[in-house]
Write a protein that binds this ligand. Sequence first.
Ligand SMILES: Cc1cc2nc3c(=O)[nH]c(=O)nc-3n(C[C@H](O)[C@H](O)[C@H](O)COP(=O)(O)OP(=O)(O)OC[C@H]3O[C@@H](n4cnc5c(N)ncnc54)[C@H](O)[C@@H]3O)c2cc1C
Length: 430
Amino acid sequence: MLKTDPFWWEDFAAFDGGPAEQPEACDVVVVGAGLTGCSAALTLARAGQKVLVLDAQRPGYGASTRNGGMIGGGYRLSQAEMIALYGPETASRLLMESHVESLAFAVSRIKDEGIDCDYHQYGRFRGQWNDAEYDATARSLDDLRKLVPINVEMVPKSRQRSEIGSDLYSGGMLLLDHGGVHPGKYLNGMLAAATRAGSQVMGDTPALAVDRAGSDFRVTTPRGTIRAGAVLMATNGYTQPRFAWLKRRIIPVSSYLIATEELPDGMADELFPTGRMCVETRFRHCYFRLSPDCKRVVLGGRAAMGKISTTRSAIILRSLLVEIFPQLKNIALTHSWTGHTGFTFSFVPNIGQSDGIWHALGYSGSGNALAPYLGHKAALQMLGDAGGETGFSKTTLETRFWYRNRPWYLPFAHALYRMKDMQDDRRRGK
Ligand SMILES: Cc1cc2nc3c(=O)[nH]c(=O)nc-3n(C[C@H](O)[C@H](O)[C@H](O)COP(=O)(O)OP(=O)(O)OC[C@H]3O[C@@H](n4cnc5c(N)ncnc54)[C@H](O)[C@@H]3O)c2cc1C
């Protein structure tokens, strides 16, 4: 029987429940106890603010403890697309923040707070789907290096086996600064740091409404109301329909993951000789790695755009796993789970305010580095600290007239992506 809780939850400490009584007032209410909310709370509490973090579920219930544990930078958009959207100056600031500054910030937060989360700078191998793509990526590296100082190199197919025990790709790109974490331990550590700094955290306490009360806000929960000087929404892909303005701007897209049973002796070294985190460039967008104890493979991907059962997603992801590593055809799965990423229409995150209520979200598929970084930047902006300056305040959080709360069009998007999958096959001459 497959377990449907994330594999990482086996090492995810139980939360002690926070204060017995909900406070009547505080300086800041943070809604959502994921990486964004906990990082913001840490910065705010360190600055002397009385902070209350609310989570509708157990703190860390969202994407922050469900993800693949890869930590790095980059966007879904090319440099050219970023420049077209935001102009050269903001685009280069955003590239620098995504590729370099957010990663450096997250790693320093892990180190400074003594977060024991199996962080290691493993490097990331991005498998290229065909020869033409490999050549184009190699050519574009010089342009990227001119904009951002990143530590990256190409690995030709002839050397691929020294990085990954698969022949599926036409070589790859190696992002040497990227690393991996255990997401459950990462969130535990960020939550502990926020509470150590003085923040109060309450689980099972959804914010039901946030209303203006003079120059303050009134946050309503099932336990009563809290008066707060400021509110930060850190709910990303778990944003609820009751927060209609944000909900119309953040599209929840499910990502699915599986974990294998423990591998036979020697197999981990054969599949991941250097322990790299691995991703790929085809539209199915598989991402895979060893578990931090090097005993299992964890693989995620776009099994579907809409909601499917974790039994069905396990079948789809297992076939992708065996396509990448035929060596695993007799290895069973133990876990199959899912979580919501939060996409913006521009694919770029955003910090801002609507009616005086702050938000930091829209990581569009990544976030282990960006979420703590944007949480911190949002906190600094709320404090009026000039260190809060960021290109992510200049991005846009748009909606579309046809997008209202429910992503009704996801099955159509899925059909479109299936066509792109078929294009992937054609690009490989299948
Ligand atoms: C399956 C999957 C794989 C991923 N893999 C990677 C990866 O390998 N690398 C990477 O960098 N990123 C990855 N990501 C993305 C990354 O996990 C997220 O971008 C990041 O965790 C977002 O953090 P967050 O704190 O903003 O949101 P979340 O961690 O999603 O937290 C939001 C919280 O808000 C709470 N909430 C919602 N509404 C309310 C309310 N009304 N009141 C109180 N609480 C509320 C929810 O319960 C939830 O706990 C992945 C995401 C998923 C889903």
